[in-house]
Design a protein around this ligand. Structure first.
Ligand code: NDP
Length: 257
């Protein structure tokens, strides 16, 4: 070993037992697929959801995987979840802000409550977790934040004024944060999935889903694992020069927008 060789305990190197990853809404669907992607790539993963119960029956033990109850609409629960992860493994190095809900209805029937719940979860919830994560990443001088938006942010969707607004808001928020933290080698990016086979899509009903599917140039809905691949890429070393980007994973549904 020469004098220039990095020592195994070099604080600038990622830890040998993997990065610390936190996935909000990781109990099922796209979030669970992301958690599995990071676990398969050697990272340690904490998932959060309101229930705190993961649907992943193959999840490993607490040395590599934690499932925590944390409602992203409650700042105290966000702080407690981050504190639990930091206590177990140290600061979060990769944040996947994925938790999201829908409360669909036509705008003239949309209550302010339905509007506020979706904005509070999908937009302000991401602000809460990203702010908490960035505070530590800035000190680490590295980190990755990936926000899960939606094709609906760009093409709109009947019955989803609240949802589309929340998902479009993520783009401006991510780009502002990306500029603020770029000097610390932290990247902030957005993934914009199209139709993905999860509980959220199933709630649309078979008929609606088939009608949407017919509009997708690739002619099918995505598997959650296909979204996880894009999230994983944005967290990888290979994406170190990508920040403030929106990566569509939508089968071509919103191409050019
Ligand atoms: P699911 O409904 O399958 O999963 C949503 C996850 O978010 C669950 O883990 C849920 O757990 C959690 N969650 C919901 N509300 C909260 C909250 N207030 N606090 C913490 N966790 C919460 O949805 P998907 O996997 O399909 O969606 C994941 C993300 O992808 C969402 O942001 C969604 O908008 C986006 N997306 C999905 C698409 C699709 O076609 N499926 C398309 C485009 C974007 P719990 O209920 O226990 O809290």
């Amino acid at each position: 070993m020469t004098d220039e060789s990095p020592s195994p305990t070099d604080p600038d190197l990622p830890p040998a037992d993997g990065r610390v990853v936190l996935v909000t809404g990781g109990s099922r669907g796209i979030g669970m697929a992301c958690a599995r992607w990071f676990l398969a790539h050697g990272d340690r993963v904490a998932v959060t959801s309101r229930s705190g119960v993961t649907e992943d029956e193959a999840a490993p033990g607490p040395d590599r995987f934690l499932s925590l109850a944390c409602d992203v609409t409650v700042q105290a629960q966000v702080d407690a979840a981050f504190a639990a992860v930091e206590e177990a493994w140290g600061p979060v190095e990769v944040l996947v802000a994925n938790a999201g809900v829908t409360r669909d209805t036509l705008v003239l029937r949309m209550s302010e409550d339905a509007w506020s719940e979706v904005i509070d979860t999908n937009l302000t919830g991401v602000f809460r977790v990203a702010k908490r994560a960035l505070a530590k990443m800035i000190r680490l001088r590295r980190g990755r934040v990936i926000m899960v938006s939606s094709v609906g942010a760009f093409i709109g969707s009947v019955g989803q004024a609240n949802y589309a607004a929340s998902k479009a808001g993520l783009v401006g928020m991510a780009r502002s944060m990306a500029r603020e933290v770029a000097s610390r080698s932290i990247t902030v990016n957005v993934v914009a999935p199209g139709l993905v086979e999860t509980n959220m899509l199933a709630a649309l009903g078979e008929e609606h889903m088939r009608a949407f599917e017919a509009q997708v140039p690739l002619g099918r809905v995505a598997r959650p694992e296909e979204i996880a691949e894009a999230v994983g890429f944005l967290a990888s070393d290979g994406a170190g020069y990508v920040t403030g980007a929106v990566l569509p994973v939508d089968g071509g549904l919103a191409m050019g927008m």
